[in-house]
Design a protein around this ligand. Structure first.
Ligand SMILES: [Zn+2]
Ligand SMILES: [Zn+2]
Length: 359
């Protein structure tokens, strides 16, 4: 049984919580633990709205433990540090992503792959080591072990940089791991939402030729003129799809609706790689002939470890990459969520927590 964070911990906090599967948000008073020896306390300034936040708020994955305060694209300022903290000092700009703890002993943790630790603790909707529930970034402050806190680069905008902490690392990590970074190679990005638009920018920074693969032709001009894609393929146009068969080296598939992999695999060359990072609610079929016949690979990936997440932030800062965002106040979350459910956002909502009235 989780203890009650509303009464039992010393640092008072206020956030916005969903309390049932309508996913409606309203102000929520709770508390955070004292700043421990290895902890950093952060005043939250901005928090991105990830599609997982919406799934969890509405209990669409069936694992939500209400009340829930989502948010795992957190950017803020350090206000307190514990005695053992050497990486950060008061006033530093920092970020927190999808996880706030892991066992630090297992093979994954030893390799810096905390994101695959079987005992990792998520930033929200998890049970922390002290038995309390974790609450995320739709709130005024958070206390996190320094190992899970990222240094936010000086030239990175705090608001537009926030979505990199989930959306950015979700596409950067598989590109690095699967070797999808060779300059001049051809990357397809399936789906142009929060993840896809960042994948386009990161792909261009690696020197790839980038083609956006999308069902909606109206996104074409913006994909090319604003996001910097080289080409646009309307996946519902059979003639264009046929012409593009066998032309791509890699595909990042960000589509989270149930869809067929066969048309995407057909776009790949021999030895082509398709990595899925969206999470459709039902299993996808793997068309074996399309794999076997051209030595193609289908892989998966889930965010990234702490070291690699820092590397990604530094890479994005160096290449002036941030998300395209719509800034909203906390009292606009319910409207933002309704729009997000309809994919009506370019391309990520970010909550201006620091300038919001929270109660
Ligand atoms: Zn996320
Ligand atoms: Zn571990």
């Amino acid at each position: 049984m989780a203890k009650s964070p509303e009464t039992e911990q010393p640092q008072k906090a206020i956030g916005w919580a969903a309390r049932d599967n309508t996913g409606t948000f309203s102000p929520f008073h709770f508390s955070r633990r004292e700043t421990g020896a290895d902890d950093v306390t952060i005043k939250i300034l901005f928090c991105g709205i990830c599609h997982s936040d919406l799934h969890c708020a509405r209990n669409e994955w069936g694992v939500t433990n209400y009340p829930i305060v989502p948010g795992h694209e957190i950017v803020g300022t350090v206000t307190k540090v514990g005695n053992n903290v050497s990486k950060f000092k008061e006033g530093d700009k920092v970020g927190v992503g999808v996880l706030v703890a892991s066992c630090q002993k297992c093979e994954s943790c030893q390799q810096g792959l905390e994101n695959y630790c079987p005992n990792m603790i998520l930033t929200y909707n998890s049970i922390d080591r002290d038995g309390t529930k974790t609450y995320g970034g739709y709130s005024d402050l958070i206390v996190v072990d320094q190992h899970y806190v990222l240094r936010f680069p000086d030239n990175m905008p705090l608001d537009a940089g926030a979505p990199l902490l989930c959306a950015g690392i979700t596409v950067y990590s598989p590109m690095k791991y699967y070797g999808m970074t060779e300059p001049g190679k051809h990357l397809g990005v399936a789906g142009l939402g929060g993840l896809g638009h960042v994948a386009v920018k990161i792909g261009k920074a690696f020197g790839l030729k980038v083609t956006v693969i999308s069902t909606s032709p109206k996104k074409e001009s913006e994909a090319i003129s604003k996001l910097g894609a080289d080409a646009f393929l309307v996946s519902s146009d059979p003639a264009k799809v046929k012409a593009a068969m066998g032309t791509m080296d890699y595909i990042i598939d960000t589509v989270s609706a149930v869809h067929s992999l066969a048309p995407l695999l057909g776009l790949l060359k021999v030895n082509g790689k398709l990595v899925t990072v969206g999470l459709p609610e039902k299993p996808l079929e793997v068309p074996i002939f399309a794999l076997v016949g051209a030595r193609r690979l289908v892989g998966g990936s889930n965010v990234g470890g702490m070291k690699e997440t820092q590397e990604m932030l530094d890479f994005c800062a160096k290449h002036n990459i941030a998300a395209d965002i719509e800034l909203v106040r906390m009292d606009q979350i319910n409207t933002a969520m309704e729009r997000l459910a309809k994919s009506d956002v370019k391309y990520r909502f970010v909550i201006d927590v620091g300038n919001s009235k929270l109660q």
